[in-house]
Design a protein around this ligand. Structure first.
Ligand SMILES: Cc1cc2nc3c(=O)[nH]c(=O)nc-3n(C[C@H](O)[C@H](O)[C@H](O)COP(=O)(O)OP(=O)(O)OC[C@H]3O[C@@H](n4cnc5c(N)ncnc54)[C@H](O)[C@@H]3O)c2cc1C
Length: 430
């Protein structure tokens, strides 16, 4: 694995928390979600600190493809069916506003921000793209339905969102983190009342925002039932065309350029299960872009919710002063920006027009809940000593990344059992 975004972009250094500190709001996690939350709190004059287990931006955020769009696959017709038109409109507007906020912030930040259309295409023409485009138009956004989105290969049809964007996530994140009150190498082990305990210190905060990718408090909120993790594989190629947009195939591959590279992603599968992986991406790339030469490759994973909407808001009724931002469904750039606004308003007791759409306590009655429960039960009964240190599921070996992965909740460990990705909080015996 060699990540594109970490090349030449070093994490900003911060001291480790030692001893005791008090603050109004403590943000836990220094990925895109946590940094944007802390930056927004600071902008609003709210006393806050951010604590990060490793270095900022070195979690899932370093593995993103950093496309900024409100076109999160084809969500809108489905959202209106599951909930109502109002919910679909809220989701659309929250993400459109987020794209604009990134664009505005980037006026002062060197982060290779580029405005470009985002394209969702179908190879079969049977994905109801026209219906999605017409519905998005009715919500007030000028999406365009076309059979010729000008991609370097033929497609059946496509929906185009004009004026979306792409950027360099870590250049942006480092700049956004400047002047924030950050402690790195500070792992939070638990929160008890108003106190959070780290390896060498403790934090007294009136409010907490948990932005740790997968939330780590299991006793409340039931996030381990409400989401699973999905891996995706990205290869960046030289000698590949400029596509002048970001593109996404219904149920398949996605691409964007960064300078002279073409990043192609896909091969997705539930973490711990089999899937297309790098081979699928290579096969696709070589069949469409002969002569393309690999420059970088990496895989990463994100939390997938029951209804494809992130969980942003109060952690659970029993923890009213703890807030969460998770479940970004592979679209955590704009939804992290939305989270920063929503949570900053919530900690101040202000209403926010989008809080209802993202509220973590919405109904769990979706078919995916039963898939999650089924996968967990099936995994528990597998006889092995290699078990996840989170809730004890059987780990599976991932040949592509030489890691031990948990199919239940997506914790990942290296070959020696050292923790790579949460929700597990400690190493595993493998
Ligand atoms: C391959 C791929 C491509 C993607 N492409 C896009 C895209 O084009 N556009 C888009 O919008 N989204 C995209 N996404 C999704 C997006 O990258 C993620 O949703 C987003 O980066 C998640 O950010 P985060 O802050 O929630 O998590 P992270 O970046 O993982 O940050 C969480 C941080 O919390 C820290 N932490 C964890 N536990 C603790 C603890 N106990 N104490 C202290 N700190 C802790 C971790 O060290 C980590 O740094 C993609 C995702 C993948 C996998």
């Amino acid at each position: 694995m060699n990540y594109l975004w970490t090349e030449g972009v070093h994490p900003a250094t911060h001291k480790k928390l030692e001893g005791e500190i008090s603050t109004e709001v403590c943000v836990i996690g220094g990925g895109m979600a946590g940094i944007l939350c802390a930056a927004r709190l600071t902008e609003c004059g709210i006393d806050n600190i951010l604590v990060e287990a490793k270095e900022i931006g070195r979690g899932i955020t370093k593995g993103t493809t950093a496309v900024l769009t409100a076109q999160h696959d084809l969500p809108y017709v489905e959202l209106a069916k599951k909930y109502d038109e109002e919910r679909a409109k809220q989701y659309l507007n929250a993400n459109l506003e987020a794209v604009e906020k990134f664009r505005k912030s980037a006026e002062k930040i060197d982060c290779d921000m580029e405005t470009c259309p985002s394209v969702m295409y179908s190879l079969t023409g049977e994905d109801n793209l026209r219906e999605e485009a017409e519905f998005v138009n009715s919500l007030g956004f000028p999406a365009v339905y076309t059979s010729n989105p000008k991609l370097p290969f033929a497609v059946a049809d496509a929906v185009i969102y004009p004026d979306m964007a792409q950027f360099h996530p870590l250049k942006f994140l480092n700049a956004a983190a400047k002047n924030l009150n950050i402690y790195s190498n500070t792992f939070v082990n638990k929160i008890d009342g108003k106190t959070a305990f780290t390896d060498d210190g403790r934090i007294n905060a009136n409010k907490y925002i948990i932005a740790t990718h997968f939330p780590f408090i299991n006793q409340h909120g039931m996030f381990f039932m409400k989401q699973y993790q999905k891996c995706s594989y990205v290869i960046a190629y030289k000698n590949a065309p400029q596509i002048h947009c970001t593109a996404n195939m219904r149920g398949g591959f996605y691409f964007r350029n960064y300078k002279d590279l073409l990043l192609i992603g896909g091969g997705d599968h539930r973490t711990g299960k089999k899937g297309g992986g790098y081979e699928a991406v290579e096969e696709f790339a070589l069949s469409h872009f002969q002569g393309a030469k690999e420059a970088y490759r990496w895989s990463s994973q994100d939390c997938m919710t029951l209804d494809n909407i992130p969980y942003i808001g109060i952690y659970s009724k029993s923890l009213p002063d703890v807030y969460v931002a998770t479940g970004f469904n592979h679209w955590g750039m704009t939804t992290s920006m939305a989270a920063a606004d929503i949570l900053c308003d919530m900690v101040q007791g202000k209403s926010n027009p989008y809080s209802k759409a993202f509220a973590p306590d919405r109904s769990v009655m979706h078919p995916q809940l039963f898939c999650n429960l089924g996968a967990t039960v099936a995994d528990f009964v597998i006889p092995t000593t290699k078990r996840c240190s989170h809730l004890g599921c059987a780990l599976r070996y991932n040949k592509a990344e030489h890691s031990w992965d948990c199919p239940c909740h997506g914790s990942r460990f290296d070959e020696n059992g050292s923790l790579i990705d949460n929700p597990a909080m400690r190493n595993a015996n493998v």
